[in-house]
Ligand binder design. Sequence first.
Ligand code: BGC
Length: 730
Amino acid sequence: MNAQETNKEIESKVKNLLSEMTLEEKVGQMTQVDFAVIGAPEKQNADNPIDQTKLQDAILTHHVGSILNAPYTPANKAQFIEIWRKMMQTVQAVAAKSRLKIPVIYGIDAIHGATYTQNSVLFPQAINMAATFNPELSFKEGEITARELRSSGLQWNFSPVLDIGRQPLWPRLWETYGEDVHLVTVLGTSYIKGHQGDDFSAPNKALTCLKHYVGYSFPINGKDRTPAWIGERMLREYFLPTFEAGVKAGSPTIMVNSSEVDGIPGHANYQYLTTILRGEMGFKGFTVSDWADIKNLYTRDKLAASEKEAVKIAVMAGIDMSMVPFDFSFYELLLDLVKAGEVPLSRIDEAVSRILMVKYQAGLFDSNTPVLPVEGNFATAEAIETNRQAARESIVLAKNANNILPLKKDASILVTGPTANLLSVMNGGWTITWQGDEESLYPQDKLTVFEAIQKKSTGKVTYVGGNSFADKIDIQKAVEEAKNHDTIVLCLGEKPYTETAGNIDSLNLDQVQLDLANAMIATGKPVILVTLGGRPRIITAIAEQVPGVILGFLPGMEGGEAIADILYGNYNPDGKLPISYPRNTNDIVMYDHKPIEAYEPNAYKPLYPFGHGLSYTAFQTSGLTVEKDKINRDENINITVNVKNTGSLKGKETVLLYLNDVAASVTRPNKQLKAFKKIELDPGQSEKLSFTLTPYDFSFIGVDLKRIVEPGDFKVMVGNEAVKFSVTKK
Ligand code: BGC
């Protein structure tokens, strides 16, 4: 099929359909409600937890175009796949009875796999996927997630998060691909391509939704849904490019920043939602509000004087669909506004056309398409193996003094700490439930760190700890047990969370964990620190005293197996940090800091820098060469470098290529990641890698806020080497 022709055909279908629609039907299309609005809470455990009367009221009386979420907010829980299939059939069957038979688009948060379908394959969270530096794995995660959603009867995923993670306190840092623009772009677009393919109407593909446009991830105080202050240059240089890339990669929907930037709430920002998103980026799909955020313009932000005014402001700023989510107020208020001439019909037609366009593109109108079979598409052995490989590649070996790791298989090990024997701490929020913290609902066959060590060890393994994150650990007992063991594996970190429930006041670990760590160090036995959790909690004093540090973050359902594989050397670690790991709570400096931050006492001195990650073998890069000393400003440049495995084990290495603009009219970062490649090498093997940088890579946002390439010298850096070239005016 010729995609462009298809779009033309679709455009005319949309036009025809729109011409038949009443105002009520149009405004209904722009309305999205939560499952609670159609659910039957009394039928919690029934086969089909939908209330037919409520469903008909929503779709037939209020004409709603979209529904979201799993039963029942706020305690949403994963359902059996058969129930999902039935629920979605029930929803579409009612939509098919509506006057114009417009299908419902159903949205779900499936940010590391099909969160709300029981026994789905749940991948490492985005921060871990970034640590793999492996776009192929991100592509596969997208593919598998789409298949699992489609076999659940679902089709629209509120993922990926393309916010960049530059505020480590923020309780959603782990939902991002880290602090670097290039890394987020590469991992995010690979995910979209895997998820959507070339045609997201295909039976095994599903729609993505970029979120949360834009600036949500950078709250100045670190708390969720608090203000960001982002100047236009910073916005254009750091926050917009990832979304621009997501739009180019074909994502048809965008969810909006729930908070505010420079005093303007995301949902009221005409410049971002219309001038930039439509005018500059050419986005053709539809925008959806975040949770209750149109109401919030009135109730929370005090930007609007009434809820009605809030609806007007948001729709006129460029919101096409409102995640209301619990009532029909948006529908009613918007109807009034159009009837009173306060919102022009042309704006309604524009929004509805965009929504219908996406519904057609997604094949939702083809009611005969059978739902993807579960067999062969859901929780396949191959998908589970891909997940395990992703988990292995997502774990960072940060310290390995005197090659304390890998451990001998017969070593006797004491495992302790609040994250040692729970699955939830490896998965984080959006796992089975919204907060991901219902350990009892986790699959019985997956292994915690302790269980996986026990499985892979031939020696004595003892666990001292509680059954939940909050349980107080008997430190005295752990100290006593340590005497009978060769090594201590100490698992610290965070309980699962997302959004405001994860707000914290300090990156410090709580005192209970510090006391346990100090007691374990004081035993004199070698301690391997394993951290799990969504943020870089401060571990400096511990890390300095222990020989081994593994940073696990949120490696997903296969995390226990993966960590044990690394501990025992069944897998040679290759993960690298996608963020700068701070040394102290207020030492928040990114790797791509400005020259003014490179001097004492401002210097960048994280505990572990961006890109850090050890292996059980060693790699060396050499022979960094640029193809030419001089290029014109519209030319590409090729760069080559050799990489060699100089150790004695097979392993994977990610070669990172950084660029520095030596002098410019706007201060430039000391270095910026512009390209990377991950390769596997046998001991002694070497390979020559080539990279091509384009004028976009040399560009920056100039004095007049336009993207420019400025002539001058550039420095390319790989490993310990640096080479220069210059860009000339022509
Ligand atoms: C979150 C979004 C999510 C939405 C729907 C909001 O509270 O900010 O990331 O997609 O809920 O569940």
